[in-house]
Design a protein around this ligand. Structure first.
Ligand SMILES: [Fe+2]
Length: 179
């Protein structure tokens, strides 16, 4: 059973505020892509969707005089650290399973290596999926953060994603019962 739906997260004021700021259209596209990759890699689609939706929730001021400053942002960015913490707090408040909240937070923490020291990271499948889905939806100069989406269309896509995840999880449960 899922403790928290995508819709519950999407309508939450914290998500509307922070994910809205970093780009709701991008967040939803990443959630959808993450689910598709998760299906192929046999990873929990629910966690992939949640990490996808929330991966940029930690973005903060990247503007200079009202303008996006990509260089300044790259230099100073720690959005993955902030995002992991913010998403974790939100998920726990929404009464998410604590192990799941941790998995999602870790996937957010590691979806980019822009703030990490040089070196090879051994990413686990869920973490890799979010990084991959994010990269697939990126546009030059961070333009993906500015792509707009109507609230109603966004909500519809979130509901469709919930329905997809639920049917996938149900099919999985049935498979397990057969084995
Ligand atoms: Fe992103």
């Amino acid at each position: 059973m899922r403790h928290v739906t995508m819709e519950k997260l999407f309508v939450h004021p914290i998500v509307q505020k922070y994910v809205g700021r970093s780009g709701m259209a991008h967040a939803i596209a990443v959630a959808e892509k993450a689910v598709d990759i998760a299906i192929k890699k046999n990873v929990n689609p629910d966690l992939a969707a949640k990490a996808g939706l929330l991966h940029d929730i930690g973005h903060y001021k990247w503007y200079q005089n009202g303008e996006w400053n990509f260089e300044l942002y790259k230099e100073n960015d720690i959005h993955a650290i902030k995002g992991a913490e913010r998403a974790h707090k939100l998920l726990v408040r929404c009464e998410e399973n604590l192990q799941d909240a941790k998995e999602v937070a870790l996937a957010i923490l590691l979806h980019t290596d822009s703030y990490l020291p040089e070196g090879e990271l051994q990413l686990r499948p869920l973490q890799q999926i979010v990084a991959e889905a994010d990269t697939a939806d990126e546009e030059v100069g961070g333009a993906h953060h500015y792509r707009q989406i109507d609230y109603d269309i966004a909500l519809k896509r979130i509901r469709d994603l919930d329905a997809k995840i639920e049917s996938l999880m149900l099919a999985n449960e049935n498979d397990e019962q057969k084995n």
